[in-house]
Design a protein around this ligand. Structure first.
Ligand code: FEO
Length: 402
């Protein structure tokens, strides 16, 4: 076995990106990888996915360690977002004989992305596949294609390879991925706490708002007789497949363990901070777990991951220029797109004269689908000790969380 060989007849030809710290706005503290694979059956050679364009040369070099690219019979494109398709026009020049396999929606996205770079003739080499279509590559190896719309785009599909003489592999595209850079390709070769933490953050920041569709698709994918999962990002799964499937079931259903609270705020002259701290104290006194984030010192991607797991979210802002503090406005915009499920909300803030911030927070939380309390906490300028008595409102919050 070479260092690229994952399993008998299956090679890793992706790129591990240790440097990236921002993936289209999502913080990647541990980097990521753009995974691609080669499968050989003896009769046929299949390349699965490409990599982000800046890493094309590394990808090509790995492919050449496995085979002559001209020998590749099929290129399967599971998903056309640029982190997996960016090298498509470049690798085509090395694949004179390959048929390209993608979903019906995938062809549209390929055309939309690469119309200026590839010849129209390329589109004659594309085979579109629908749910249940198969590709038999001989010697007991057969791919079955299953759409997974909105995990992560409408074009997304998985390629399930059954193997009479080896492992059944789910090439899962974005599903079950994690943004983590590691040279160890299998889940059990890594720290599982780190892997699960990154799988959770990935779900919260990329897939959370698509949970309804994911909940419908998951049983279909989960029913396949999978031995291993080869993801498009992060590690492949061979030991913890039931665990990651169960996590996806839980996250996509909006199921929440316990009754923890997240407080998210920002502050100009510490008045809103005083409210946030007093609320923290009152909630903590009830024995309820509570975490607090000041937005100019916190990372939105980390905050939304905590929010996904919490039962209640309390958001505070001072009123600035008749509106929200900029960091709070930005966070609310991010949260509204991701639509965290099954949350109770409460808005708070300090003000000097006009005091619109708390109501704007409440409105934006409602727009995100959060069950917001009618009461607002609004305190003029610097709070007095009696202003910070939140026993009654925390009682109501806890009642609403039941
Ligand atoms: Fe990893 Fe939706 O691309």
């Amino acid at each position: 076995m070479t260092h690229l060989e994952l399993l008998k007849d299956v090679w890793y030809v992706g790129y591990v990106d240790f440097e990236v710290r921002n993936f289209h706005g999502y913080s990647t503290h541990r980097g990521t990888s753009y995974n691609a694979y080669i499968v050989k059956s003896g009769d046929k050679t299949v390349l699965i996915d490409t990599v982000k364009r800046p890493y094309f040369e590394y990808y090509l070099d790995k492919i050449k360690h496995v085979c002559d690219p001209a020998e590749i019979d099929y290129l399967i494109m599971d998903h056309i977002e640029m982190d997996h398709s960016g090298s498509f026009p470049l690798i085509l020049k090395h694949l004179p004989n390959a048929e390209i396999i993608t979903s019906v929606r995938g062809v549209d996205v390929l055309k939309s992305h690469f119309h200026q770079e590839i010849d129209a003739e390329v589109f004659d080499r594309i085979r579109t596949v629908k749910n249940g279509d198969t590709l038999d590559i001989g010697h007991g190896k057969k791919f079955t294609f299953v759409p997974i719309p909105m995990i992560h785009w409408p074009d997304s599909m998985v390629a399930f390879m059954s193997d009479d003489n080896g492992k059944n592999i789910l090439f899962s595209s974005d599903a079950f991925g994690q943004h983590i850079a590691t040279t160890m390709r299998w889940d059990d070769e890594n720290d599982m706490c780190e892997i699960m933490e990154e799988a959770e953050k990935y779900y919260a920041n990329i897939l959370l708002h698509l949970s309804g569709l994911i909940a419908k698709t998951l049983p279909v994918v989960g029913a396949l007789p999978i031995d291993v999962v080869c993801t498009a990002h992060g590690v492949c799964w061979r030991k913890n497949i039931p665990e990651i499937l169960e996590k996806y079931r839980k996250w996509s259903s909006g199921e929440i363990e316990g009754k923890s609270v997240i407080i998210v705020y920002d502050t100009m002259w510490e008045s809103t901070a005083k409210i946030a701290k007093a609320l923290t104290k009152e909630i903590r006194h009830r024995g309820i777990p509570v975490k607090r984030f000041r937005l100019t010192q916190a990372d939105y991607s980390d905050v939304i991951t905590e929010v996904m797991k919490a039962k209640a979210i309390l958001i505070g802002s001072p009123t600035l220029n008749n509106g929200l503090y900029p960091s709070v406005a930005e966070y609310l915009c991010y949260q509204r797109g991701l639509k965290p499920m099954n949350k109770v909300g409460l808005a708070f803030g300090s003000y000097g004269w006009s005091g619109q911030a708390a109501q704007e927070i409440a409105d934006q939380m409602k727009a995100a689908g959060i069950d917001v309390m009618d009461e607002l906490i609004k305190i003029k300028f610097v709070p007095k000790a009696e202003d910070l008595d939140f026993k009654d409102i925390v009682d109501k919050l806890i009642e609403k969380m039941k």
